[in-house]
Design a protein around this ligand. Structure first.
Ligand code: GDP
Ligand code: ZN
Length: 455
């Protein structure tokens, strides 16, 4: 496949010592030659930095280091040019627009990585891991993405898909020559192989939950009615971690999200406006939003005010908390206690109940410990080679899992071969979508549009 030549700024926009502009495609070397004036005696051998100036006619635009990378051993498998220039917005923009004038086209989001995929250097799961790498929040998340980039997940998925295709081939033989004396697969054999594949997919899926948490964080939602100390708790938890919180009055109407880091696992803390019903339209938006967060949470921290008797609102939230993974916090214990603890114990008897005072900084360590214990419960040891973390992959695996189970059902009840084949075919297609063997163009556009420019 032959593409045009694309260009983009590949480093984050802003003040930086250097910025990198990247170009890829058949004309990238010529386009560079049109604007580059060498200083000294460097030569453009493969991957050699050459010092020089970017010229717009007779005007010097910037002093740069440029490098040509010859296909096919490049990121995109095309000729690639990188220009290291001064990092400010002005030099980078000037060089970029000059290259556009000279024949390059501005790259779309993720287009470099998309080319790497389309030119066959990486598969789709690997391309997506590039995006995960950029977005990874902790070292472990990074390791996981790196692992996927190296192709461990792809190899496993491809192995399962190959298994299904081989099985399919055997069944076809049986269909095409039913009366001949070819050793066609018998039902017990089909069942055997399908059971094996079903187990493999199942095992991979079991790793999915952990992978998702390592990648996206344990979603922890802090709930409670206004003024009980939710934001204070969030601030206290973040103080030891990476904190940037401003709680101007009213901000907790909406939802505030921050990450803290517990043993390399990101904990996504979400401070909500509480989940009470309200007539106030503005507040309602926050409330509706926090309800949806509440339902998706991996963990809920329910905060109560020790210095007030329980209200209907507290009881209402309590009902919602009952069947969730939750920690209960009785805050403001530095004040006179007016809350009915026995009632809380009765309603939430299986939950861990902690007493804190954010004001006096008491009990914050207990909350931290409770969160990390819950993480340990989740048993987040990642099995390096067998973790699936991407939501799209998980969904496809689940569907393929169902397809295989359907095929198994059909084989077990000795349905005609073509019934079994339909389900196996579906499983093959679904697994193929993970690595990109069978994937639609608009899905590709969708996936790559989540990248940032320059990747
Ligand atoms: P939120 O509305 O639930 O987010 O509550 P905030 O964290 O904004 O706290 C509401 C008010 O209670 C603030 O004035 C806090 O300083 C105060 N507060 C928070 N925790 C405590 C505590 O443990 N003891 C006392 N006495 N005041 C607290
Ligand atoms: Zn608040």
């Amino acid at each position: 496949m032959e593409f045009d030549t694309i260009v983009a700024i590949s480093t984050p926009i802003g003040e930086g010592a250097i910025g990198i502009i990247r170009m890829s495609g058949p004309e990238s070397f010529q386009i560079l030659d049109r604007v580059f004036k060498k200083i000294g005696n460097g030569t453009f051998e493969d991957k050699q930095m050459v010092y020089g100036q970017i010229m717009d006619e007779d005007t010097i635009v910037d002093e740069v280091l440029a490098v040509k990378m010859y296909k096919p051993r490049t990121y995109t498998k095309e000729d690639v040019v990188e220009i290291n220039c001064h990092g400010g917005l002005v030099p980078m923009r000037s060089i970029l627009s000059l290259l556009l004038d000279k024949g390059a086209r501005l790259a779309e989001k993720g287009e470099f990585t998309k080319r790497a995929f389309l030119n066959g250097r990486i598969d789709l799961a690997q391309a997506e891991s590039v995006m995960d790498l950029i977005g990874s929040k902790t070292k472990r998340g990074y390791d996981l993405a790196m692992n996927q980039l190296e192709g461990h997940l792809s190899r496993r998925v491809r192995g399962m898909r190959d298994g299904l295709m081989t099985l399919m081939g055997h069944i076809e033989v049986g269909i095409d020559y039913p009366e001949e004396d070819i050793e066609d697969v018998t039902y017990p054999e089909i069942v055997d192989q399908l059971e094996d594949l079903e187990k493999q997919i199942d095992k991979l899926l079991k790793s999915a939950n952990n992978g998702k948490i390592i990648r996206e964080g344990l979603k922890t939602v802090i709930v409670g009615k206004p003024n009980v100390g939710k934001s204070s708790l969030m601030n206290a938890l973040l103080k030891d971690s990476r904190a940037i919180v401003t709680d101007v009055p009213g901000t907790t109407r909406d939802v505030i999200e921050e990450y803290m880091n517990v043993g390399g696992i990101p904990i996504k803390l979400i401070d909500t406006a509480g989940i009470r019903s309200t007539e106030d339209v503005v507040e309602k938006i926050g409330v509706e939003k926090s309800k949806s967060y509440f339902n998706e949470a991996d963990l809920i921290i329910f905060v109560l005010n020790a210095s007030e008797p329980l209200t209907d609102e507290d009881l209402d939230i309590m009902e919602h908390v009952k069947n969730k993974h939750a920690i209960v916090i009785i805050n403001k214990t530095d004040l006179e206690i007016r809350i009915d603890e026995s009632l809380i114990n009765m309603h939430l008897n299986d939950k861990l109940i902690l007493k804190t005072s954010m004001e006096k900084e008491i009990g914050i360590d207990l909350v931290e410990k409770a969160i990390s214990d819950i993480l340990l419960d989740h048993d987040l040891e990642i099995n390096q080679n067998e973790t699936v973390s991407n939501t799209r992959h998980i969904h496809l695996l689940k569907t393929a899992h169902q397809n295989v189970k359907d095929a198994l059902g059909a084989a077990n009840s000795k349905m005609p071969y073509d019934f079994i084949e339909v389900d196996i075919q579906n499983a093959i297609v679904n697994l193929g979508q993970i690595t990109g063997e069978s994937v639609e163009n608009d899905l590709l556009d969708h996936i790559f549009s989540n990248f940032c420019i320059g990747k």
